[in-house]
Design a protein around this ligand. Structure first.
Ligand SMILES: Cc1cc2nc3c(=O)[nH]c(=O)nc-3n(C[C@H](O)[C@H](O)[C@H](O)COP(=O)(O)OP(=O)(O)OC[C@H]3O[C@@H](n4cnc5c(N)ncnc54)[C@H](O)[C@@H]3O)c2cc1C
Length: 162
């Protein structure tokens, strides 16, 4: 538990850390928490420097630590498809086997998750050459509450819970 609470001035507190393995499990957790009015704190590698991933008032910590599967690496197009909890350094090593590289490199690469990187639109050591990470993201699978009449966002695949 302690490793999910942060440290120093950014430390927080929670009694519950959930580690889903699939998007469907994330959807079920959010549906339950929404129905029961429970606050949720999404957490990747917990390397953020502004406390965004730290529970501050006993939220349910939703950790992506077990969502660490690489789904596909297309060496022709250079497109990587993976789950949110893949560690950046592991991704760089895996795409490196195909002569590719991640467009992002930062000091926390051994711990930070790609979902956390996307969420923070991380910059890092390759920023000047490749820009912020958002420019390299082709699509996202997103869990959200179903809202009637909302238009689809291009490039997003929504998993909606009622
Ligand atoms: C040594 C060191 C060097 C760093 N260098 C840089 C740098 O050069 N450039 C830079 O931009 N940052 C840098 N950082 C900050 C940090 O590493 C990045 O912000 C990183 O992208 C955070 O990833 P994470 O997985 O640790 O996310 P976390 O810290 O776990 O979370 C960050 C935020 O994203 C949210 N989040 C996480 N995962 C998800 C998800 N799957 N869905 C929705 N929301 C989510 C969290 O709720 C939180 O608000 C550095 C940090 C350290 C410790």
């Amino acid at each position: 538990m302690a490793c999910h609470m942060g440290d120093g001035p950014d430390s927080g507190y929670s009694q519950c850390v959930l580690k889903p393995k699939t998007t469907e499990e994330v959807s079920k957790i959010l549906k339950f928490c929404n129905y029961n009015h429970l606050a949720v704190c999404p957490q990747g590698g917990n390397t953020g420097l502004v406390g965004g991933s730290v529970p501050v008032f006993d939220e349910v910590v939703l950790s992506t630590a077990l969502m660490n599967n690489i789904i596909d690496i297309d060496d022709a197009s250079g497109v990587l498809v993976c789950q949110a909890g893949c560690v950046l350094e592991v991704l760089d090593q895996e795409v490196g086997k195909q002569g590719l590289m991640m467009p992002l490199d930062l000091g926390a690469k051994g711990s930070c998750h790609i979902g956390g990187n996307v969420s923070t639109n991380a910059g890092g050591l390759r920023l000047v050459r490749y820009g912020n990470l958002q420019g390299s993201v082709l699509g996202l699978e997103v869990v959200r509450k179903h809202i009637q009449g909302q238009s689809k966002w291009r490039g997003f695949r929504f998993i909606e819970h009622p």
